[in-house]
Design a binder for this molecule. Structure first.
Ligand SMILES: [Zn+2]
Length: 138
């Protein structure tokens, strides 16, 4: 990506803000060039995402979706294990949204964490209740 001064047409380094020839400020005068750089960084970040998340679809936070799926499975079966998994995946998925804000799925991560915590609490209460009734019966 080559960059030229919008004032005098001198070729500039991509990282240069001011023209080496006339000193014009490229940040205020060459907005289209800046947009191209931003878009390039955006697509680079996406390429990195695809390398990091295996089996994840484009622009979707795979960990967040995994967290949500675990929490849904936990409602039916293995509530304690699935709840803990949902919290773990959700926490990691949520931290990913800071570094990859273009990814969708933040809602899935939050939902996975919330449902996961509820499942863990319910399962612990269930275990405690069963144990105490077991003890009281015998
Ligand atoms: Zn210039």
């Amino acid at each position: 990506m080559e960059k030229y001064c919008t004032n005098c047409g001198t070729k500039m380094n991509e990282t240069d803000r001011f023209c080496p020839n006339c000193g014009a400020d490229s940040n205020t005068e060459a907005a289209p060039v800046q947009n191209n750089v931003v878009q390039q960084n955006y697509s680079n970040a996406q390429a990195n995402n695809n390398n990091v998340v295996q089996g994840g679809t484009k622009k979707t936070n795979g960990l967040a979706v995994t967290s949500f799926v675990c929490s849904m499975v936990g409602i039916v079966v293995f509530g304690l294990v699935m709840g803990i998994l949902a919290i773990c995946f959700g926490a990691v998925g949520l931290s990913r949204t800071k570094y990859f804000p273009e990814e969708s799925g933040k809602g899935f991560a939050v939902a996975g964490i919330v449902v996961g915590i509820i499942e863990v609490i319910i399962m612990i209460l269930y275990i405690v209740t069963v144990r105490s009734s077991y003890v009281s019966l015998f």
